[in-house]
Ligand binder design. Structure first.
Ligand code: 13P
Length: 242
């Protein structure tokens, strides 16, 4: 059974105070959200404490945006799974294209971070996707296939979510055609051993396109950046109409 996972990735947005203000507006708008949808907020490390206290008893799951592969050590600026566990989080984003492009993340480090997440009983959301240039050269499928193959070495596919995020669609307003996103997600699924892994689409998801995205046969959820920052827009996304 493929679970529907609607996740917000706040990236480097919101102080603790702003995060709590968001919750006040957000939680009340989930009363009608079908129970079979997992609603997740992947927030900056600094907001985890405040949100974990305030999400207790709510249906919203908490996630982080990265995890180091060691449990402790001389890794300035990194955060480990043991540290994240304390906040009762369920998910962690791994291998986001911003980490890969701006902070030198490779398929090998992504693999190590995935392993660490699973060791700490967190569900990693593995991000894959191609650049505009790679797509224009007709390499999208090969690139994604290579990212998957290297990232998934020794990874347990029974505790995994994958997000297909074409880099050219992130933060640009230029959403991938829903049928094309569905096709690529189908190609990703063919490469998996476990057919019940949930595969999300990410890249300029908005209230205006969520219903069409979720109507696609292979898309099991979304990973949302900008539109997850406002309670009204993210709740509309969580409450997509089938
Ligand atoms: P946007 O929804 O802002 O395009 O960001 C997508 C994303 O990178 C989610 O991880």
């Amino acid at each position: 059974m493929r679970k529907i996972v609607i996740a917000g990735n706040w990236k480097m947005h919101k102080t603790q105070g702003e995060a709590l203000t968001f919750l006040q507006g957000f939680l009340g708008q989930l009363s009608e959200t079908p129970q079979d949808r997992e609603v997740v907020l992947c927030v900056p490390f600094t907001a985890l404490s405040a949100l974990s206290k305030n999400l207790h008893g709510s249906r919203v799951m908490l996630g982080a945006q990265n995890i180091h592969w060691e449990d402790s050590g001389a890794y300035t600026g990194e955060v480990s799974g043991s540290m994240l566990e304390e906040f009762g989080i369920r998910y962690v984003v791994v291998g986001h294209s911003e980490r890969r492009q701006l902070f030198g993340e490779t398929d090998q480090t992504v693999n190590k971070r995935l392993m660490a997440a699973q060791r700490h009983a967190l569900t990693p959301i593995l991000c894959v996707g191609e650049t505009k240039e790679q797509r224009d050269r007709g390499e999208a499928e090969d690139i994604i296939s290579k990212q998957l193959m290297q990232a998934l070495v020794n990874i347990d596919q029974s505790n995994l979510v994958i997000a297909y995020e074409p880099i050219w669609a992130i933060g640009t307003g230029d959403t991938c055609e829903t049928t094309e996103a569905n096709r690529i997600i189908g190609v990703i699924r063919q490469q998996l051993d476990n057919q019940s892994v949930s595969i999300q689409y990410g890249g300029s998801v908005k209230p205006g396109n969520i219903d069409e995205i979720m109507a696609q046969s292979d898309i099991d959820g979304v990973l949302v950046g900008g539109a997850s920052l406002e309670p009204d827009s993210f709740s509309r996304i969580a409450n997509f109409v089938q």
